[in-house]
Design a protein around this ligand. Sequence first.
Ligand code: ADP
Length: 245
Amino acid sequence: MNGKILEIQNLTVRFGGFTAINNLNFSLDKGELRVVIGPNGAGKTTFMDVITGKTKPTEGQVFFKGKNLRPYAEYEIARMGIGRKFQTPRVYQKLTPRENLELSCARKKNVWASLTAGSSTAERRIVVELLDTIGLATKADIPAELLSHGEKQRLEIGMLVAQSPDLLLVDEPVAGLTDEETEKVGNLLLELAESHSIMVIEHDMEFVRQIARQVTVLHQGSVLCEGNMDEVQNNPKVIEVYLGS
Ligand code: ADP
């Protein structure tokens, strides 16, 4: 599908009589970093839920790498190459960052084979590189429970990357972080964007300014506008519903 990793056509999601997503059209180019913003209740989480197969469309289609996802279950869609990072870090607290990353690498393989064989040399090398990328090389071997919230967020982003997804979905990665930690997560996403397709949901406008190239604004379950940060910020409709609020 000519360079599109994700294409969403006429998507509508209703919960009973309530329309959370309303005839939404969206596409993401391979290798693109896109930030999706919108006020509370705009439909951002539902949008992510549909892409990952957690919620099925009431109407419309989601194509990933040209394939219609409708027939597939959430776990099958994950295996097809869509990785999602939820807002709250879900790292194994008693394991070290290195072990967390090794486990994530192993998830790509047959679980039993990976448990019995342990990590291969190639995987161990990938983990060392990832520890460096996420800025945790010096904390590689302490229990993850001793990491700061920001470090855990970066670790979890690393765990996502370790599974080699074709598309990374990242949900509010800087909620509750200090300015310094926020900047580090932003730099990490920018670095990863050089070799990955990434979609980020975000509220924090400073952070959006740091990382955003293309922004999609959702409002009442539809795309209100799309463009670069300047275009979006100066759009009167956006000012009215979001930035002005
Ligand atoms: P956002 O992530 O932008 O804050 P959501 O996707 O969480 O928005 O929600 C969009 C709208 O859909 C909200 O009004 C929310 O209350 C409603 N909604 C979300 N999930 C459900 C559900 N399972 N049942 C009913 N309403 C829902």
